[in-house]
Design a protein. Structure first.
Length: 668
């Protein structure tokens, strides 16, 4: 570690290195202060074991004094063996990494994100992790530290610069060092050198690398992503990963391994979350932490799944003698839901827990969740045979994009940031496009609108490339790093969904002819509708049940139908639905409709949440439909009829892209 800090000082990073050393001293002080308490606890444990032996002796009345001495000896031997186990475990750098990793995780939870102590603590853990991975892979420990030295110098002294010319020079310097090590060690340094990059990767994950990826790429956090952001103590698990194999004979090491496995199972097996362009430098530590805080704010503040599982497991043990079987899954689900609703009503709505407003909020949320569970959801698929489909995207030509500009204060308004908006329109729809741009300071979070000349465009041809520039308004000052966001609002979009159904006469339902018809006209995806790979679509299905593509048409009492029609509108693009202008499900030629609101609607009949994203659905009205007399007659004449049905969705959609820019102001 001294070599790493020395290298950092050589390039101007003495301050940060001193902070890292201070962090290590603080940890050492912490362990030193608690050493006496640990010894006291061990002594108390030994006394308890001895007392237990004595109580057992008195109770039986059959054990003589020699027996009591034997029990006491066994107890002492047990305590001694336990102490040996602890000493053996603490000899490994992995166990130190596990202990310090837990402390580091708790510090972040207690002090919050963004504190500098946590950053320097992370530097220390990287170096310990390098030794741990070296011991695990049985390679030279000193060489595994070299990549960390390279990283610390680059990250601290050079601010994580991604300037190509700098990276080439810096990379060549370390390639020469690596080559020299390879020659001196006859190639034995290759594996330990490369393994030294693993702790660097864990460091980025720990400070918020996944959150940065989510925000920069505009991803929707999945359950796995959410778990990694909220509940993953990275250094603790890296320590478990690097525990030595020969530790199998050490009970403490095995217990730690089991705890780690149980934690992973509890966290990642529970469904607790409802279903980058070029920069001149990587995000700073504050930006990493800001991204993580942004993602945490988006996610429901639920109870840690590991704790929920533990509490419910205890409840299950308590109720083991009850007549009714305890449902541990339902218990976990309920605790997660209650903690999420509590967070929503206190954190987001601002109600004080226990107040009447809080109680009303909780009750309303539970009723709304119950109604959502009663809605019948319907899926849809992409029809890959429809290769010609409407698409649109932004294109930043990074080779010429001005990511960093140095200008006089008077020249800020002359800055131009070009963008290309590509539209594929094979159906030659009349698409209205409105372009906007926005600048947000990455530190102060202050934002302002940029200017785009002639932002309204009408696309009529089958393909169009729109070249525009975003400029700075007159009088607007800029200095620092900004997130530049381009947005395109598109209206006049139409997506058509298709559904196949086989209408069968009552007498032919179980015949071989129908089986042949199913094989000839249906596929495994025909339970639901399909559409081209566009921005949004209607998912719809009907039958008995609605997922059955074969519909039995009965002769008598056609008014008492069991044919249910369900539908949803789904966001399947990487942007968001602005509005639904109209929809129509074309089934009325073959079926009488109980409620026309379930097959036709306009902008006033469908409300799409403003924060919708890819995968979100909005359920439309459910209704029952009945085959018309003409359909019954046709089916009886032909035994079966194969029909294809269409659903049209007219809507407006918004897509966006982001890129970081830097403006440096200089005065003459």
């Amino acid at each position: 570690m001294g070599a790493a800090l020395g290298a950092a000082e050589a390039v101007g990073g003495a301050k940060a290195a001193g902070g890292a050393s201070g962090a290590l001293d603080a940890v050492g002080s912490f362990l030193g202060k608690h050493k006496d308490k640990a010894k006291s606890a061990a002594g108390s444990l030994g006394s308890a074991v001895k007392n237990f032996g004595s109580v057992g002796s008195a109770a039986t009345g059959a054990i003589v004094g020699a027996g009591v001495g034997a029990v006491s000896g066994v107890a002492s031997a047990g305590v001694g063996a336990a102490a040996d186990q602890v000493k053996g475990a603490l000899k490994t750098s992995s166990m130190f990494l596990i202990i310090l990793g837990i402390i580091h995780y708790l510090i972040r939870l207690k002090l919050g994100l963004g504190n500098s102590f946590s950053l320097y603590f992370g530097f220390v853990l990287m170096i310990i992790a390098a030794y741990a991975v070296a011991n695990k892979m049985d390679v030279k420990r000193k060489i595994t530290v070299f990549p960390i030295i390279a990283f610390l110098v680059w990250y601290i002294a050079f601010g994580g610069s991604l300037d190509p010319s700098f990276l080439i020079r810096y990379g060549i310097a370390w390639i020469l060092i690596f080559s020299a090590l390879g020659v001196l060690t006859s190639g034995e340094s290759i594996t330990p050198f490369l393994s030294g990059f693993i702790p660097v990767a864990v460091f980025f994950a720990d400070i918020g690398g996944i959150s940065v990826a989510i925000t920069q790429l505009g991803l929707t956090p999945t359950s796995l992503m959410s778990s990694l952001v909220l509940f993953m103590p990275w250094w603790f698990f890296f320590g478990i990963f690097t525990l030595p194999e020969e530790g199998d004979s050490n009970a403490l090491i095995e217990i730690v391994r089991i705890i780690g496995i149980l934690y992973l199972i509890f966290v990642f097996m529970v469904p607790f979350v409802p279903a980058m362009g070029y920069e001149n430098s990587i995000p700073s530590y504050d930006e990493f932490q800001s991204a993580e805080q942004e993602i945490r704010d988006q996610l429901p503040d639920t109870e840690n799944p590991a704790y929920s599982n533990l509490v419910c497991t205890i409840e299950m043990v308590k109720s083991i003698t009850d007549e009714n079987q305890f449902d541990i899954d339902e218990c976990v689900k309920e605790r997660q839901l209650n903690s999420e609703i509590k967070s929503l009503c206190t954190k987001l709505e601002g109600f004080e827990e226990g107040s009447s407003d809080y109680e009303s909020c909780v009750e309303d949320e539970k009723e709304e969740r119950a109604e959502d569970e009663q809605n019948i959801d319907v899926a849809g698929t992409v029809d890959n045979s429809l290769v010609e489909h409407t698409d649109a995207c932004f294109d930043l030509e990074m080779d010429s994009f001005p990511s960093k500009r140095t200008v006089r204060p008077s020249s800020v308004s002359s800055l131009q940031y070009p963008i290309i908006f590509e539209v594929d329109n094979p159906k030659e729809q009349l698409i209205y496009v409105y372009l906007t741009c926005n600048f947000t300071n990455t530190k102060t979070k202050e934002s302002f609108l940029g200017e785009i000349s002639n932002p309204e465009i009408i696309v009529e041809s089958d393909s169009e490339s729109i070249v525009k520039s975003c400029s700075i308004p007159d009088g607007q000052g800029m200095n620092g790093t900004y997130k530049l966001t381009y947005e395109a609002e598109m209206s006049g979009l139409e997506t058509i969904s298709y559904l196949t159904r086989v209408l069968v006469s009552e007498e032919m339902v179980d015949s071989e002819i129908i089986e042949e018809a199913e094989a000839a006209y249906l596929s495994g995806s025909d339970s639901y509708s399909s559409a081209a790979d566009e921005f949004a679509r209607i998912n719809f299905a009907f039958g008995s049940p609605e997922t059955n593509p074969v519909i039995e048409v009965k002769d008598e009492d056609i008014s008492d139908s069991e044919i249910m029609l369900v539908s949803t509108i789904e966001n399947v693009g990487n942007g968001k639905i602005i509005s639904v202008d109209a929809f129509y499900i074309g089934v009325e030629e073959d079926f009488t409709i109980e409620d026309y609101n379930c097959i036709v609607g306009n902008s006033g009949s469908v409300i799409i949440p403003e924060d919708n994203s890819k995968g979100d659905t909005e359920t439309l009205s459910l209704c029952f439909i009945n085959p018309t007399a003409n359909v019954i007659e046709e089916v009886n004449l032909q035994d079966f009829v194969v029909q294809s049905y269409k659903a049209n969705l007219l809507y407006s959609y918004l897509i966006s892209t982001q890129n970081n820019i830097e403006v440096v102001i200089y005065n003459e």
